[in-house]
Structures are given as structure tokens and as C-alpha cells.
Design a protein around this ligand. Structure first.
Ligand code: GLA
Ligand code: ZN
Length: 691
């Protein structure tokens, strides 16, 4: 892998950590004093960037063909005079009412084939020629007017792309995409196993998108529909940026993404983006300890960094609370800084918020903002934001630094879609995503930097590869993983892997299919356990990982046969007793561990991955005893390492260091052997880079 330690900043105009918010002055055009006051407050809060115009289509084109750019001119000029930069949005995320009225085809059609009325946002058709045309006209105007504006650092394309449309344009596009992919109906029928329930198609016109009152059970079709939606959304994005790139190809484009978003394969969309950005809204303080939340969001940060193997932007986060979660809790003291530095620690080069100023009306009027309804700076939230702004301004050296991960977790969107669509072995809760994060958590607890990769990503450079429930595993991906092991890599895989191919057709060569030889096992049967049912994993005496005792198994158990692998743990109960539950196969220069059941306790994963990390010599961010809930994360420029100590345990904690030569940032003081952290505290340490 071609690893770069230091990357260029997202914009050469602003080579510092970005700090700012979504800004909607289009809601305040009736009161020009607001903009003036906002500029004063932005400077006071240490903000250097705003995302503007995201939902401003009506303000920019109040009537078809009549454009109003005066307010945007004034806004951007005022920004430029005051050293504030802008991610300028294309406004396609919400349409003016005149457009829906005149051209109903721009509205989205649901899976039930009913077209939406005008309203809400994020509800346009991605295929409609009229909508694409209107977007093209608007984006061309914006590009011609603002591409060279000194305040503009890049394009914020639309907003949180998502959803699907089932109109006749989209059906046609789906059929075209299928023709391109399969060539013949015969190939499509084979890939979709269409003989089942007599589903064989005899003309392309018979093929439709999945529907609640039509076809929904053909797994291959469902999978292809997901892929098509990704394709069509990416195609729409490409149509959006074409006029922008035509005017100024240098300005970077980003689209704000969402955590573990289901609808789109972000690895496909990411290829078309210049910069990855995403919107993170953790529900802090939902439980006594924030570890579950922190690991979920740490995992997401790691995905977004890995998408391009370079820093991303935190485009949105709330400075205080949201108003759409089931319960809206305020951030406790320290949490704003901790949560923001968590993003930086995992590779973000920005901390940006939704939103700068609270709306006065409508559905987000109670969503947290830097500036509250009261309108001044004397609030707890404003102080938190301003203090962070000051700190971020002192950390410019972090911009562009990388995260040198030697461990990777495989997470493919098509596996996710297929495993969740599978019907069996546990429809009452398969918990795929939670399982992936349960494995991740054990690495997080040890402060191991982790990449979250897809099947097409290169594997060289990693020492440990984790494959949790890699149910859909392409033959070629399996072969590359096998080669990784042969060359000395360690793989930790689980039950329900290597079951189907890229068409969601079951493998006929014995599970885990392409990894059967490398794993040295054959998985014969799998069963789901009811809630409350359990089995037991009994560690075998003298096992090479030094694991001890027994752990509770729940939810999923596989019956496997060793075919060369040795047994490290066996089942303890039921007719399973004595059968292998955790195995090790030495293969080539490397090793494959196979976990045949879902262990309930985190303690097992801590012990298991602790041993694997030690044995495979995987880099940790910091040599230290990290108490539970405290993680260490690492960024480096190849000369200096930046180590973030983040305490999400909900209580005060102590970290005993097992290495020397660290100093505190920004003070430069040397770090004591035992570091004390308050609840919700983050510390930033620095040392000479370790190779
Ligand atoms: C999303 C959207 C924003 C806003 C926030 C509220 O991330 O992009 O426009 O609605 O949610 O949390
Ligand atoms: Zn459509």
C-alpha cells in the first residue's frame, strides 16, 4: 500500500483545522443586522468556515428563470473581508414549490408507486430529465458567479443524498443498468435464481424495482436494486458537479454523508468525491458510560477516513443537542471538546456544526446552534465553541496527518444488504452492524488504529484483518484474503462467512467458500438461539493465545468441522458440547482464527483481540494500560506522532504509560508516568514518530 503520512489540506486557501457551521442567512434576509452581528460572533467563536446556501433554492431563484444573487454576493464578499471561508452548496436538497407545481415529475415516487406531494426535502427523483436540467442551470449560474470568489473554498453538493425513487424514469434506468450488467435476460434469470416460484422473466419490460405489493423476495434483485440506487445517485452527483468542474476544476467537491447509512454504498460514491465529509450526531449520555456511543462513532470516523485513506471533514455535529432524537440531552461539561477531538483523532481536519444560528420557526427551531434564540454570545454553548475554536487554531500542524493503521475490519455494503435480507438464521435480530462494532470495540479499547476497508481495498500493510460475518464474499476477494494469509497476515473471521457469492447465490463448495482452505474448517450448520438462550465457550487448556475460562454464547451458533485447524475453544453445552467453537489454522506464513459462535461478553473480545494484537505485533497508538472506556488514537506526519487520549468512561480515570518521550500539546510539558483524566476529558500528546 502506498502510504502517505501527510496530505494536502482540503483547500489550499485554508490550510488550518476548519471550524464553523451550516449558515442559513437566507432565513434572515428581512433583517440585515443579523448578518453583521453574525460576522462579529463568528470571529468571536473562532470560526473560519461556513457551509452556505444548502436549502436556498427559493432565495436564489424565487421564480422560474428569475435569479437573485445579490444577497449571496453580499454574504460572500462580507466573508472575504472578514477572513471567513465558505463551502458553497448546490441547493438540490430541497426544491421551490413553483417547480413541483409546474413539473410534478421532479417529485419522488415511493416503492408503492405513489408520487409524493410537494413538501419536506431530500425527495426529488434522481432520473427526472427536468430536475437534472434545473439543477444544471442553477449549478452553472453558481459556478460562473462564484467559482473564483476568494471566500469560496469548495462545493457542498446537495445535502445528505439518500432514498430512492420508483417512477417510470427510474424503472427505465434500472432496466438499462441491468442490461448493461447482464447483457441477456438469460444471464439475469440465472443470477437471480429466477426458476424459484416461477419468476423467470421473458422480456425486460417485466422487470421492476422491488415493491411491497409486487416483488420483494428475490434476493439477487433486491441486491441489484441497492446497487442501482447507489449508481443512480452517484450519476446524479456527477451530473451536479459537471457544470461546476467545467468552470473551475480545481475547487474540491464534497457531499455530506451519514453514519452507517444503509441506502448507498459509500465506497462507490466516495470515488466521485474530492473530499469526504460527514454528519455525526452521537446521543451522548444516553447510558451511564458513553463507550458504546463512542465506539459506534469511532468506527464511523474510521470508515470515512478509510474511504479515501486521507483526512475527512466533520461537516456537521451539534454544538449542544439535536431535536430529532428520541430524547434531546445536553452535552455535559467537557463533552463538546471530547466529542470534537474524537473526530480529529480519527482523521478529521475540521469541526463543523449544524447549525450556526437557530431558526426562529419550523421543524428545527429547537435544534442546537452556536447562536441561540437569545442572539448573544453569553451562553454555555457559545463559550464551549469559542474555547474549542481557540484550541483548534493552535493545532494547524495536524492538518493532513494520517492514521497509520495496521489492523483492518472488512465492511462491505453489499454484504450488509445481503446478510440483512437473507431470511434466516435469526430474523428476530441478526445484529450484523452491532457485531462488527462489538469486534471493533475491543481494538478501540486497546487504542489500536483501525481502517475499515472494503473488498476491493489493498491488504498489504496490514497485519491483522478482521472479517465479522463476511456472508457475501466474492471469489476474487476471498483469493486475495487467502494470499494475504499466505504472505504472513493474521485473519480473525467469524461464523456466517463465505456463504454467498456476489449474486447472493449460495456457494456449493462448503462454507466458508473461498476461505475454507485458509481457515481449515468446514461450517456445516448454523442456528439461531432465542433471546435468553445461551451456550458456552470453553477455552481449551494450553491454547496458544493463552485464553482462559469460559464465556457465554448467544444468538448464533455454527457447527463446524476442523479440516486441519486446531481447536482453541469448544462448546460447553447441549449436543454441541465438545465441538470446536474457536479454531486456529496455520496457513502459509500466516494464521486464520475462526470463531463459530457469537460470544455475548465484551470481556471475551478484549482477551481475544488483546492476544491477537500482541501476537501479530499490531501497532497501538500508545504503549499504556488503558482503563476500560479510555482509548488512545494516533495521527502522524511521519516525523511527529500525535496521540489523543479520550476518556469516554463517564468517570475519572488514570492511564499508566509504558513508554517515554511524550509531551503535552500545546503546553510542551513532559507527561508524567501516570496520566489523570477527568470524566469526559481529552488530552493531546506528542512524541517523535515511531517507525
Ligand atoms: C442533518 C441535515 C441538517 C440538519 C441536521 C439536524 O444532518 O443535513 O440539515 O437537518 O441533520 O441534526
Ligand atoms: Zn424517479
Amino acid at each position: 500500500m502506498n502510504r502517505k503520512f501527510k496530505h494536502a489540506p482540503a483547500s489550499p486557501k485554508l490550510p488550518v483545522l476548519m471550524h464553523g457551521a451550516d449558515y442559513n442567512p437566507d432565513q434572515w434576509l428581512h433583517d440585515p443586522a443579523v448578518l453583521e452581528e453574525d460576522i462579529r460572533l463568528m470571529k468571536l467563536a473562532g470560526c473560519n468556515v461556513m457551509a452556505v446556501g444548502i436549502f436556498a433554492w427559493t432565495a436564489l431563484e424565487p421564480e422560474e428563470g428569475r435569479f437573485e444573487f445579490g444577497w449571496m454576493d453580499r454574504l460572500l464578499d462580507t466573508f472575504a473581508e472578514n477572513g471567513i471561508y465558505a463551502w458553497l452548496a448546490t441547493p438540490s436538497g430541497a426544491r421551490p414549490a413553483w417547480m413541483s407545481e409546474k413539473y410534478p415529475e421532479v417529485l419522488r415516487t415511493g416503492p408503492n408507486r405513489v408520487r409524493n406531494l410537494h413538501g419536506l426535502r431530500h425527495n426529488h427523483c434522481y432520473s427526472s430529465p427536468v430536475y437534472r436540467d434545473k439543477v444544471n442551470i442553477m449549478n452553472t449560474r453558481l459556478a460562473e458567479r462564484y467559482s473564483s470568489h476568494p471566500a469560496v473554498i469548495g462545493w457542498h453538493i446537495s445535502n445528505e443524498y439518500g432514498g430512492e425513487c420508483h417512477c417510470s424514469y427510474c424503472q427505465d434506468a434500472f432496466r438499462e443498468w441491468l442490461k448493461e450488467k447482464y447483457g441477456t435476460l438469460d444471464a439475469l434469470n440465472k443470477a437471480w435464481w429466477a426458476a424459484f416460484w416461477s419468476h423467470t422473466y421473458t422480456s425486460w419490460e417485466q422487470v421492476e424495482s422491488p415493491a411491497p405489493h409486487g416483488e420483494s423476495m428475490v434476493h439477487g434483485q433486491n441486491l441489484d436494486w441497492h446497487r442501482f440506487v447507489t449508481h443512480q445517485t452517484t450519476d446524479f452527483y456527477l451530473a451536479e458537479i459537471a457544470p461546476l468542474k467545467a468552470v473551475n476544476s480545481e475547487l474540491p467537491c464534497t457531499a455530506n454523508l451519514m453514519d452507517l447509512f444503509y441506502d448507498l454504498d459509500y465506497r462507490v460514491l466516495a470515488k466521485a468525491l474530492d473530499v469526504i465529509s460527514w454528519d455525526a450526531y452521537p446521543m451522548w449520555h444516553k447510558e451511564a458510560s458513553d463507550v458504546g456511543m463512542a465506539t459506534w462513532f469511532g468506527f464511523n470516523h474510521d470508515i470515512f477516513r478509510t474511504l479515501k485513506q486521507k483526512p475527512f471533514l466533520l461537516m456537521e455535529s451539534t454544538p449542544s443537542l439535536t431535536n430529532w432524537q428520541s430524547v434531546s440531552k445536553l452535552k455535559r461539561p467537557g463533552m463538546h471538546r471530547l466529542s470534537s477531538l474524537q473526530a480529529i483523532a480519527h482523521g478529521s481536519d475540521s469541526v463543523q456544526y449544524f447549525q450556526w444560528r437557530k431558526s426562529r420557526g419550523s421543524s428545527e427551531k429547537f435544534h442546537g446552534a452556536v447562536v441561540d434564540h437569545v442572539g448573544h454570545e453569553h451562553t454555555r454553548v457559545f463559550r464551549d465553541v469559542a474555547e474549542l475554536g481557540e484550541e483548534l487554531a493552535s493545532l494547524s500542524e495536524l492538518v493532513g496527518t494520517s492514521v497509520p493503521a495496521e489492523a483492518a475490519i472488512l465492511f462491505d455494503w453489499d454484504n450488509r444488504w445481503a446478510v440483512n435480507d437473507a431470511q434466516g438464521p435469526r430474523n428476530s435480530g441478526l445484529h450484523y452492524e452491532q457485531t462488527v462494532v462489538q469486534h471493533y470495540r475491543a481494538l478501540w479499547e486497546q487504542g489500536v488504529p483501525v481502517d475499515v476497508i472494503g473488498s476491493d481495498d489493498p491488504l498489504d500493510g496490514y497485519k491483522l484483518l478482521v472479517l465479522p460475518m463476511t456472508y457475501l464474499l466474492r471469489q476474487d476477494a476471498g483469493e486475495r484474503i487467502e494470499a494475504f494469509v499466505r504472505a504472513g497476515g493474521t485473519v480473525a473471521m467469524t461464523y456466517w462467512s463465505g456463504v454467498v457469492d456476489e449474486h447472493d447465490l449460495c456457494r456449493l463448495d462448503g462454507f466458508p467458500g473461498p476461505l475454507r482452505a485458509a481457515a481449515g474448517i468446514w461450517a456445516e450448520e448454523i442456528e439461531g438461539l432465542h433471546d435468553g438462550e445461551s451456550n458456552e465457550a470453553v477455552m481449551q487448556p494450553g491454547n496458544p493465545l493463552g485464553l482462559e475460562g469460559s464465556y457465554r454464547i448467544h444468538e448464533l451458533c455454527e457447527l463446524i468441522h476442523t479440516e486441519g485447524a486446531e481447536t482453541l475453544a469448544a462448546y460447553g453445552q447441549d449436543f454441541y458440547a465438545g465441538r470446536p467453537m474457536l479454531t486456529l489454522n496455520r496457513f502459509g506464513e500466516g494464521k486464520v482464527y475462526y470463531l463459530a459462535a457469537r460470544v455475548a461478553d465484551n470481556a471475551f473480545y478484549d482477551a481475544y483481540y488483546g492476544a491477537l494484537v500482541r501476537e501479530a505485533g499490531v501497532r497501538r497508538a500508545l504503549e499504556a494500560e488503558l482503563p476500560s472506556g479510555v482509548t488512545a488514537q494516533l495521527r502522524t506526519d511521519g516525523e511527529k506522532d500525535y496521540v489523543f487520549l479520550l476518556n469516554f468512561s463517564g468517570e475519572a480515570a488514570e492511564v499508566k504509560l509504558q513508554e517515554q518521550g511524550l509531551t503535552l500539546l500545546p503546553s510542551g510539558e513532559s507527561v508524567p508516568d501516570t496520566v489523570a483524566l477527568e470524566a469526559n476529558e481529552a488530552l493531546l500528546l506528542q512524541r517523535r514518530a515511531r517507525s
